[in-house]
Design a protein around this ligand. Structure first.
Ligand SMILES: C/C1=C2N=C(/C=C3N=C(/C(C)=C4\N[C@@](C)([C@@H]5N=C1[C@](C)(CCC(=O)O)[C@H]5CC(=O)O)[C@@](C)(CC(=O)O)[C@@H]4CCC(=O)O)[C@@](C)(CC(=O)O)[C@@H]\3CCC(=O)O)C(C)(C)[C@@H]/2CCC(=O)O
Length: 208
C-alpha cells in the first residue's frame, strides 16, 4: 500500500509550511503575505511572488469591506464557486451576473464579450464592493472604463485574469489606475479563477 498523508488539516499545515519555506515573502506586509501564500497554494508556483503587485491598502480595505457586509462581485461562475462561504465574515452576497439571460444581447449591443457585458448588471452593488476578476481580461478593462465614466468605486479589486490576449495589459491598467481604486494583481499571463478565489478566501478569514 502506498503511504501518503490522509489528514486534511495536516496536508494544509505542511503545504503552508512548505510555501513559507520556499517562497520569498520578505517584501510583503503580513496581511498581503497571507494572501500570496494562499494564492501560491492554489497554483503550486512559489515564484508567483515576483509577479504580485498591490496598492498599500488593498487587502486592508477589502477585509474591512467584507467585515462590513460588502458583496463580492465576480466575473466568472468559477470564481464565485471557489469562494468558501463559511469563511465569509458577514454572510456576504457573492454575485456573478454572467448567467443572466440578458447578458448575450447586452454583449451584442455593446460589442464586447459576455464577461464584460455582465458587469453592467452589477448596478448599485459596485459601491464599496470587493471585486474578484479571475478569468476575463475584458471584464477588468470594462470595469476600469465604467469607473472612469463615473460608476462608483469598489473597496478593492482583485485583478487576476489569466491568458495571452489582454490579461497582462488589463492588470497593468488596473495597477496604473489614477481612479483611486485599490488593487491586488498578478502581473503577466498567470492568473485564473482558482487563484483569485484563494486570494478572496484569504482576505475573508484570518484562519490559515
Ligand atoms: C477569451 C476567453 C478566455 N478564457 C480563458 C480561460 C478559461 N475559460 C474557461 C471558461 C469555462 C469560460 N471562459 C469564458 C469567460 C470565456 N472565455 C473567454 C471569453 C471568450 C472572453 C473573455 C475575455 O477575453 O475577457 C469568455 C466568453 C465571453 O463572452 O465572455 C466563459 C464565459 C465561456 C463560456 O463557457 O461561456 C467561461 C466562464 C464560465 C464561468 O465560470 O462562469 C476555462 C475553464 C476554459 C475551458 O473551458 O477550457 C478557462 C478557465 C481559466 C480560469 O482559471 O478561470 C482565458 C485563457 C482566460 C481566455 C482569455 C485570454 C486568452 O488569451 O485567450
Amino acid at each position: 500500500m502506498t503511504s501518503y498523508v490522509k489528514d486534511g488539516a495536516e496536508i494544509y499545515r505542511r503545504s503552508f509550511a512548505t510555501i513559507r519555506a520556499e517562497a520569498d515573502l520578505a517584501r510583503f506586509p503580513s496581511d498581503v503575505a497571507r494572501v500570496v501564500v494562499r494564492m501560491i497554494h492554489a497554483c503550486g508556483m512559489v515564484d508567483l511572488v515576483s509577479d504580485v503587485d498591490f496598492s498599500p491598502h488593498a487587502v486592508r480595505d477589502a477585509r474591512a469591506a467584507l467585515l462590513a457586509g460588502a458583496p463580492i462581485l465576480c466575473d466568472a461562475q468559477m470564481v464565485a464557486a471557489g469562494v468558501t462561504r463559511r469563511r465569509l465574515p458577514a454572510d456576504n452576497e457573492v454575485v456573478c451576473a454572467l448567467g443572466d439571460p440578458r447578458v448575450p444581447e447586452l454583449a451584442a449591443e455593446l460589442g464586447t464579450t459576455r464577461s464584460a457585458a455582465a458587469l453592467e448588471l452589477w448596478g448599485d452593488k459596485l459601491a464599496g464592493a470587493v471585486v474578484a476578476i479571475g478569468n476575463a481580461p475584458t471584464a477588468l478593462f470594462h470595469l476600469l472604463d465604467m469607473i472612469a465614466a463615473g460608476a462608483p468605486r469598489p473597496a478593492a479589486v482583485l485583478g487576476v485574469p489569466v491568458g495571452f490576449i489582454g490579461a497582462a495589459e488589463s492588470k497593468d491598467a488596473l495597477a496604473a489606475n489614477d481612479l483611486g481604486v485599490e488593487y491586488l494583481v498578478v502581473r503577466g499571463r498567470r492568473g485564473g479563477s482558482a487563484m483569485t478565489a484563494a486570494a478572496l478566501n484569504a482576505i475573508a478569514s484570518e484562519d490559515e
